[in-house]
Design a protein around this ligand. Structure first.
Ligand code: GRG
Length: 296
């Protein structure tokens, strides 16, 4: 199987796991539950659950212990997208090629669906305790829960988003931009790799955290590059001649060429860190490399 076929198969596997944990009961809050399921099934890349499952099996993890965490991670990611698209934040009409949750269900249902997904993520992750076979696995689940809370909260994704919103419209220094990228974007990728590793029994997570940081920041810089190139290609303008909403990004700060070099540098570093792990790393290596050359 080539890389594309493997990616398709592993994404379909992650999709199946995610769908199996979605809330089924609708009760009297059926509109909110429908909004939760709509956004969860609107067709994302499922990158974070794929990273998690891959690291889990690479380090010898077997069985279903990782599954509730794969679903929980995608729920937290989707919560962040629903809320980020709201009129009070980015006010986006489309996401994953479909109308955003607040456009389809209304703003109040979208706020509630985002909150409910964040909460349901933890309910889901807690189910891993029931799958743990022994004391050792119970401890791993507890450790994974701690990571999930830290990396998605104020010392992770939400911290990055807070800093981003507080500095909106201001020209940013490189330090601040690094902080925002590290937390808003990279923290969930770090958490995905680290949780996969912890559940498989890894104890030293420093290198895996660094790997996630490199991949996450490279992913965000590539996103900045694509914002500029796709917007301006569409408008027929020369690439690099416009800044989206005058927002500071790696591209506006360093220029498009340097931004491209930084994506490559960080991806190469992630691959180098990956080579230090045991097992067959070909798929993860190719996934890292494909993210740095992605066109959408
Ligand atoms: C909690 C409101 C709130 C926000 C948290 C993560 C985040 C901060 C906001 C989401 C918007 C955004 C631009 C995040 C940066 C990371 C990023 C490029 C996310 C998109 O991830 P993909 O490409 O999305 O994996 P899919 O749709 O494929 O799942």
């Amino acid at each position: 199987m080539n890389f594309k076929e493997k990616l398709k198969e592993k994404t379909a596997c992650a999709e199946q796991v995610i769908v199996s944990f979605l809330p089924k009961e609708q009760g009297f809050a059926s509109h909110m539950a429908e909004a939760m399921n709509y956004s969860m099934q609107a067709g994302g890349k499922r990158l974070r659950p794929v990273f998690m499952a891959e690291m889990y099996s690479l380090l010898g993890g077997k069985g279903e212990l990782v599954c509730p965490f794969m679903a929980a991670m995608e729920m937290i990611h989707t919560h962040s997208l629903i809320h980020d698209d709201l009129p009070a934040l980015d006010n986006d009409e489309y996401r994953r090629g479909k109308k955003t949750t607040h456009v389809v269900f209304g703003e109040s249902a979208a706020i509630l669906a985002g909150d409910a997904l964040l909460n349901y993520a933890y309910e889901t992750a807690f189910q891993a305790f029931e799958l743990a076979k022994d004391e050792k696995e119970l401890r791993r689940v507890a450790e994974a829960l701690k990571l999930l809370g830290e990396k998605t909260g104020i010392r992770g994704m939400l911290g990055g988003q807070g800093a981003d919103v507080e500095n909106d419209g201001k020209p940013l220094e490189k330090d601040m931009l690094d902080y925002i990228y590290e937390n808003k974007t990279a923290a969930l990728i770090e958490a995905s790799l680290m949780i996969g590793a912890v559940l498989a029994g890894a104890e030293d997570l420093d290198k895996i955290e660094q790997m996630g940081s490199c991949v996450g920041i490279a992913f965000q810089i590539q996103d900045d590059i694509l914002d500029v190139t796709s917007n301006q290609e569409e408008l027929g303008k020369p690439v690099g001649s416009d800044d989206k909403n005058h927002k500071t990004t790696y591209v506006t700060l360093e220029g498009i060429e340097k931004a491209g070099e930084e994506v490559k540098r960080r991806t190469d570093l992630a691959v180098e860190l990956l080579e230090g792990l045991p097992g067959d790393k070909e798929f993860l290596r190719e996934l890292f490399l494909s993210l740095c050359t992605r066109r959408k």
